[in-house]
Ligand binder design. Structure first.
Ligand SMILES: [Zn+2]
Length: 478
């Protein structure tokens, strides 16, 4: 990460440090020297040549962390807005997914990476399970390295069994070339455990152990992965600290106990779980098991790519479940368990902890990497007054209010505009990818994929609905 030559001083903002005691400092400054935070406090002196940024009327917080995003799929942004998981699997295994060439992976990753930093997401896990060849994997990393954000590559290939790709020479070679000494912020292996009693995934876990990398896995996904996968991992000694369980929605208490006891964490993608059908967003259960949470957006082929949406939907999903459970017992919830402060923590510090990066990012404390977001929009009526800062971030602010972003001390967005990023190039590459996919699939399949059939439904008969009024008897008749 190359740093600015000049120090940066964010002046007079409402600073959410997200440090261990969640210190909030109104009217405070944050000084960045080189790639790190030098000082946080009031009335700091600007070093010679510092870039001063007026943060008054705004909120300064750590850069957000997304622990699970299939970045390559951003090339088809919004295409699957009306899908369930079933349509996604058809698209992925049988249609567009397998047609992605290395340059298409590059295009999707490039646009997604730019989108991440623009929205204040300074660290993103690229859950890259479309890596059908070493060329695809190189293209994924090339795109991530072309954008000045922090990216963790979670390597996967859903077109093969994990025991196949992970044990190949090509994968070993890729790991040597691009991970050791490369510019990635981290590396994980990404694959799912089906629950097959033969546990063929064991070979992939052994590779992960040998290479010393963590595993991220879609667990507790209705109809795809379940408690058997968790049990097999546990019985074979592969539920290790640092393992990230994505969704973890459709699981029994016993699986949550195993995750909690072995030092794992859960990446919750509420916007995804709410409409794809993995299961109910699980934070209301994770809270009861003491399982650490991070947030993620999953994929922009369906949903948004910003963590404001993740915070908002996660807070709401947890609360509506709490109310619903209580109403089922004829009880009333008078105080919410989950607070806005919790989801802001999950979107920043929680993500850093899940990725083992907590000593470097996730909070605004001296010595940490300067990954910083300033939320400020003087033209917006929704940015005044700011009374409850955590509530403001979770329920009032949005990506358009992201004014300034620093990654490792480097200004990557300033005054609402990206700096040093070629969005036009990404747009052209994505355009070429869409031409390729559309031509290969044909227009009919393209349209069908985007517009799944609506199941038949009829409106219930309504006993209060009458058709005729008899004026003589002054009554409605059926
Ligand atoms: Zn996913």
């Amino acid at each position: 990460m190359s740093a600015n030559n000049r120090p940066v001083l964010l002046r007079n903002g409402l600073v959410l440090t997200m440090d261990d005691s969640h210190t909030v400092l109104p009217g405070a400054d944050v000084l960045v020297v080189g790639d790190r935070i030098a000082e946080v406090g009031h009335g700091l002196t600007a070093p010679d040549g510092a870039v001063e940024i007026d943060a008054s009327g705004g909120i300064v917080m750590p850069g957000m962390v997304d622990t699970h995003r299939h970045m390559w799929q951003t090339a088809m942004r919004g295409y699957g807005a009306d899908w369930t998981l079933t349509q996604y699997f058809v698209w992925y295994y049988l249609e567009s997914g397998k047609l992605f060439r290395p340059e298409d992976i590059y295009a999707g990753n490039l646009l997604s990476a730019i989108e991440a930093i623009d929205a204040g997401v300074t660290t993103t896990v690229d859950w890259s399970h479309g890596l059908q060849s070493a060329d695809h994997a190189d293209a994924a990393v090339d795109a991530l390295e072309a954008v000045p954000g922090r990216f963790v590559l979670a390597y996967g290939n859903i077109q093969q069994g994990p025991w196949e790709w992970s044990t190949s020479d090509a994968f070993r070679d890729f790991h040597r070339r691009r991970v050791d000494g490369g510019r990635l912020a981290g590396f994980q292996m990404a694959f799912d455990v089906t629950g097959d009693p033969a546990f063929p995934e064991k070979a992939a876990f052994e590779v992960a152990r040998e290479l010393g990398v963590t595993v991220t896995t879609h667990a507790g996904v209705w109809g795809a992965t379940n408690d058997d996968g968790i049990r097999l991992m546990y019985e074979n000694g592969f539920m290790t600290p640092g393992t990230v369980y994505v969704h973890a929605a459709t699981l029994a208490a016993d699986s949550y106990h195993r995750i909690a006891a072995t030092g794992g964490s859960v990446s919750v993608s509420t916007e995804s779980e709410q409409s794809a059908g993995q299961g109910y967003p699980p934070t209301w259960q994770l809270r009861n098991h003491g399982i650490p949470v991070s947030l993620s957006m999953d994929t922009s082929v369906w949903w948004s790519g910003d963590l404001f949406s993740a915070m908002r939907t996660t807070l709401s999903a947890d609360r509506v479940r709490e109310h619903l459970e209580a109403h089922g017992k004829k009880e009333t919830v008078t105080h919410h368990h989950l607070r806005a402060e919790h989801v802001v923590d999950w979107a920043t510090r929680g993500g850093a902890k899940a990725l083992g990066m907590d000593s470097e990012v996730g909070a605004l404390t001296p010595g940490r990497q300067a990954d910083i977001v300033l939320i400020k929009n003087d033209a917006s009526p929704a940015m005044f007054p700011i009374l409850n800062p955590y509530g403001h971030v979770a329920f009032q602010a949005q990506r358009g209010d992201v004014h300034t972003v620093l990654v490792g001390g480097r200004l990557v967005k300033q005054d609402g505009k990206l700096v040093g990023t070629d969005l036009a190039a990404a747009r052209a590459k994505v355009g070429a990818t869409l031409d390729h996919l559309r031509e290969t699939l044909g227009e009919e399949a393209w349209q069908r994929g985007m517009n799944p059939d609506i199941p038949e439904a009829s409106v219930l008969e309504n006993p209060y609905q009458y058709t005729e009024y008899d004026a003589g008897s002054a009554q409605w008749k059926h």
